[in-house]
Structures are given as structure tokens and as C-alpha cells.
Design a protein around this ligand. Sequence first.
Ligand code: ARG
Length: 381
Amino acid sequence: MDLGEKRDLDAIQARALQIGASAAYVVDGRVPFLKHFVWPSLQTGAVYEKEYPLATALGRPLIAAQLVQIARQENAQAIAHGCTGKGNDQVRFDVSTAALAPDLQVVAPVREWGMNRDDEIEYARRHAIPVPATVDSPYSTDENLWGRSIEAGILEDPWAEPPAEVFEWTRDPRQAPDQPGYLELSFKQGLPVALDGKALDALELVSRLNALGGEHGVGRIDHLENRLIGIKSREIYEAPAAVLLLQAHQALEDITLPKDVARFKDLVAQQWGQMVYDGLWFSPLRDALYAFVAETQRHVTGEVRLKLFKGSSQVVGRKGPEQLYQLSLATYGKGDSFDQSAAAGFIKLWGQGVRTASQVQGQLHTRDLAVLLGEVKRLTP
Ligand code: ARG
């Protein structure tokens, strides 16, 4: 299934038939991946453990769904995958399959036979299965339109700085342009629809942002993460488009979402990120969370300006036709319509609880004050 990893699909299909498959399917999943998995997660603002935009994790449920569909078509009794028994991906494939086709069996030879990488290569050799030359690389990688994941090799030492060779999508910030790049993203109801004023479909937009961000060295992430199965692991990610879009979307929410909605939505985003990471994309709770998220996006429409420079990206402007930021309320200059006289009464009631506590139960923090501040010298002329 092609999720944007730019591999030679014809060769893969031919190889499958050559090693004895009775049929081989090659599916372009790029648009469904963006529309049905990436976009809802972008609207949610979902990031796992504050770092990982979930590229690999979002791809798995779609691949599983496709496998189930083909299994039905072929009247198969089982689905197989090549995941080891140590990672998150086995969970995502197995649980997604359980959710979509509880009767299908899942076969995972690498896990069942306890194989390591060398065993796998040896198995392929013995059965004359051609494996790509990249097995010489010490790294394990996975990629799709939302990002590239790299682990193993020297990266298993969390003290070791990632060597230059692990990066393929992003330039070393030192080699990035010396002039900042600006870009303007337009959103409609929480979804990106245009770049620099030009309407683009999802595929074009994400591909261009990966290229633009990568050029400026934006989107490198070094994450020491908690796997679902109870171990910590270190993964490097390259995700320029994801980083830029999440940042821009957040900036637009900052100016359009009511305070309480924004705060509650943070909790939802955290829960969503965890569920996607933990293989629960297809679940009643994730569905219900999306109903909430979709409702919050009704007014998340407008433009965000980003500045890209030497590995970092910054929001430098945001606006929307239904923004809640109102100059007449915020300004310290002329045209202020804010009613300052109402503040006094509001604050009196806001502070009533602590005032009562202080009066009835003793002044709060009097001891702390002495410890904190000590004696103050009094100067007189
Ligand atoms: N740690 C990431 C996740 O669980 C990526 C997993 C795949 N990584 C890889 N290098 N093959 O979603």
C-alpha cells in the first residue's frame, strides 16, 4: 500500500508474484490516508507525548482496513504481517483487524518464531526471496506522507547525537538558506486548503510543505518514547509538513476558539494521541472524540503566516473572519471599548473565597512571606 513512501510499486508487486503469491495487490492509499486519518488528527492537534506527530501510527489502521477488505475478497481466513513482537505496530495491525473483522486470524511469523533481523535475512536467503539492498543499513525506517521514522543502530544509544546520515527529508540547519522563508497557510474549518493563496489538494499541499520545511531543516524530532508494550525506545522523526501544519492550526485555534473549548480540547488531543499510538484508531471512544473535535472546528477558518529559518519555524501572523481576538477589546490605545469599571466588582467576587479564608482561618502565607523576603531596608531622605 502506497502511503507516499516513493517505492517502486511495480517491482514490489512483481516480486510478490515471483516468490509464489497467487495474487498481489498494489493500492494507492495516499489520499484516503490524508483525508481520513491525517486530517482528523490535525484538527485534533494530536501529538504523542508532546513530540511525535504519529505518522507511522496513523498509517497502520488504514493498511489493516485494506488487508481486511482484500481478505474478504479472496475469502481468506487469516491476515499476515511482518512485525516483531516488541513494537507498537503489531498491536495496531492486530487490534485494527480485531475491530474490523473479529473472525479473521492474524499470523505474525517474525513474532511467532522469535526472529531477529539476521534471522529474517537468513530466512529470505534460504527461500530465495530477494530483499532490498537497504538491509545493509543499520537503521529501521518507516515512512509515509506525514513523516519518516528512524530507529536502531547507533540511535539505540540515547546519549548519541543522531548522525547526519539518518536524515533524508530535512537539511542540516547549517546548510539551510541564510534568508528566512515565509509561507501563508489558509484553513477552512480546521483543514488546510491553500498555500500562499493558491488552492491545493491535500496531496499537493502536504508534499510541498514537506519539501519547503525540509529545505529549511524544519521537522527533526528526537523522541525518547514510551511504547505500549512497556519499554522505552528512542526514535528520530522527520516530519516537516506535520510540524508546520500542527503549528499553524494551533495558531488559528488560538485566535478562534473560546478559552474553555481550547482547554478541554487539549485533554481530547492528548487522549486521541495516546489511543492512536496504542492501536485504538478503530474504537468507539475515538469515534466519539471526533464528534467533539469536528464541532470545535466550525470557526477555525483563516490564515496563518509562518517564518522558516535554520531548522525552526515560527508563527508570525494569524487572522480569521470569525476570530475572537477583537482589537477594540484588547487595545491599550485609542478606540478601547473594554469596560474597565466592571473589573473592580468582578475581582471583588473572584477574590472573595481567598479573602474569607484569610479572615477566618488566618492569613495565608504570612510565614512564607518572612522566609521569602526577609527584612527590607527602609530608606528615608
Ligand atoms: N515509534 C514509532 C511508532 O511506534 C515508529 C515505529 C516504526 N519505526 C520504524 N523505525 N520502523 O509509531
